[in-house]
Ligand binder design. Structure first.
Ligand code: ATP
Ligand code: MG
Length: 243
């Protein structure tokens, strides 16, 4: 079995009396795509915010590449190889597609502009935006904004890429394009945690899926098994699942 690159143990966070995450534990292996599903408000985005360093957990341990990172600054985590996208894409609208990716490389990795330029070209091809490299990011349609969001995250050369609804709001054929990009990212050796409500992405694009509900990792299994599980039935359909 391949190596574990991320290990999350007993992660918890509360906002006042709102105990959003009670105890969440899971692992991500090298070159694995781990899907995460769960109802609205389950704490999926909060979990990514904790992993990337935007929020501090109330409890638990996060070990990334053998180092405990839960007290580490965001920039330090990025340089270690943690990259992420945001549920609402937020590229710099008044910069071009190319400039957005270049900036991700120069600041995320602290590489020289020349190296960042070569890397940006490669990323543009991977996210299928080479033809739009000089368009202003603010003028892009949703699919292209989603692609750019992934491209900016890739510019920091992540070993683990965190995707928060990278396919949300897209049509089926657009979702297929995002699936293809994630497949190529995985083929390049990157691990991915992929939060998504679109079931097609979880079934076709992941190795395992974790169900997050009631502040806990309810179940983690290969996608087809998870979707058929009684746990998913209970969380999404409530008591009807028993009838
Ligand atoms: N910074 C914060 N301060 C206080 N409460 C927060 C904060 N961030 C999130 N929450 C609360 O945490 C809970 C989980 O929110 P989160 O955004 O993680 O849900 P989610 O699983 O990503 O949902 P969705 O599928 O709708 O994106 C919500 O009740 C939210 O109000
Ligand atoms: Mg969310």
């Amino acid at each position: 079995m391949s190596k574990t690159i991320l290990s999350v143990e007993d992660l918890g966070i509360s906002f006042g009396s709102n105990h959003v995450l009670k105890s969440v534990s899971f692992e991500v292996r090298e070159q694995e795509v781990l899907g995460v599903i769960g109802p609205n408000g389950a704490g999926k985005t909060v979990m990514l915010n904790i992993l990337s360093g935007i929020l501090s957990p109330t409890r638990g341990r996060i070990v990334f590449l053998g180092r405990e990172i839960s007290k580490m600054k965001i920039t330090e985590r990025t340089r270690m190889g943690l990259g992420r996208t945001f549920q609402v894409p937020r590229p710099f609208g008044n910069m071009t597609v190319y400039e957005n990716i270049l900036t991700g490389g120069v600041y995320g990795r602290k590489i020289a502009e020349e190296e960042a330029a070569a890397q940006a070209k490669e990323i543009l091809a991977l996210i299928r935006l080479s033809a739009r490299r000089d368009d202003l990011a603010g003028k892009l349609a949703l699919l292209d904004r989603k692609r750019l969001e992934i491209g900016v995250a890739l510019a920091s050369a992540p070993k683990l890429l965190l995707l928060d609804e990278a396919a949300g709001g897209l049509t089926n054929s657009e979702v297929a394009e995002i699936l293809q990009i994630v497949r190529e990212v995985k083929d390049r050796g990157t691990s991915v945690i992929w939060i998504e409500h679109v079931m097609q992405t979880m079934l076709e694009g992941t190795d395992r899926v974790m169900l997050l509900a009631d502040g806990r990792d309810i179940l983690c299994a290969p996608p087809a098994d998870l979707m058929r599980s009684k746990e998913v039935g209970e969380v999404y359909l409530g008591a009807e699942a028993d009838e």
